[in-house]
Design a protein around this ligand. Structure first.
Ligand code: HEM
Ligand code: HEM
Length: 182
């Protein structure tokens, strides 16, 4: 294994991008745990956890819109020149996929509760209108899709953390530092 020690030439991400990245990473990890607990052990504070899940899910949907606007209006640091082309491609594709999951999961959650005819109430009693009418057969399909997306996101996050560690510990090329504000 080669431990190349580049000098760290990737420029840092803008401060807002860094803030949004880490706040959203923490919220998404909490959501994955809360979702798994809700789905597999309904005896643990189910109602409270579910309200938390819906509220944070909508917060993530709002934050991802802010994040996309910020991403398209601000410069994003380029990857190091010496990073092999397939790795650059993998990084770009995985980032697009991560954004896709961050948008799709809350939307599918919202659609699934709408199709099931459930009220969508957030913390503080704020009521969200349904995305569609009552379609009981769609509820099952969307519930399944929500799980598939959640498991897909878990795998993607594991790969993303692996790639971040490859940059930070093995290549030491400044990419990890660019998301830490260094
Ligand atoms: C980024 C946002 C979200 C993430 C990461 C997420 C994640 C998860 C996960 C991991 C599960 C468990 C899946 C399983 O093991 O089958 C789950 C279940 C669920 N989620 Fe989400 N979710 C998100 C947003 C939402 C939203 C916005 C809603 C509703 C408005 C929602 C409603 C539900 C429901 C109803 C369940 C099923 C709970 C049960 O079976 O008792 N989710 N979610
Ligand atoms: C857990 C949920 C996470 C999500 C959804 C996520 C998502 C993303 C996305 C979409 C990007 C592309 C830049 C942007 O547009 O903001 C990115 C970049 C990055 N993330 Fe994460 N991230 C997560 C967690 C983490 C963790 C735990 C680490 C560190 C161990 C990490 C390290 C990085 C680094 C170093 C970059 C810059 C990489 C590059 O430019 O290729 N991320 N992340």
């Amino acid at each position: 294994m080669s431990f190349s020690q580049n000098t760290g030439h990737a420029a840092p991400f803008p401060r807002l991008s860094i803030l949004l990245h880490w706040v959203m990473a923490a919220l998404i990890i909490v959501m994955l745990f809360v979702g798994l607990v809700m789905a597999h052990d309904s005896t643990i504070h189910y109602a409270g956890l579910f309200t938390l899940h819906r509220t944070v899910g909508f917060l993530i949907l709002l934050l991802v819109i802010v994040r996309l606007i910020n991403r398209f209006t601000n410069r994003t640091p380029t990857l190091p020149d010496d990073l092999p082309a397939p790795m650059k491609l993998a990084a770009h594709l995985s980032h697009i996929l991560l954004y896709g999951f961050m948008i799709a999961l809350p939307l599918v959650g919202w659609a699934m509760l709408s199709a099931g005819g459930y009220p969508i109430t957030l913390w503080g009693g704020c009521h969200i209108p349904p995305l569609m009418g009552f379609h009981p057969h769609l509820w099952g399909a969307l519930r399944c899709l929500h799980s598939l997306l959640a498991y897909g996101l878990i795998l993607l996050i594991i790969a993303h953390i692996g790639a971040a560690l490859l940059h930070g510990v093995i290549r030491r090329d400044g990419v990890m530092g660019s998301m830490l504000g260094r």
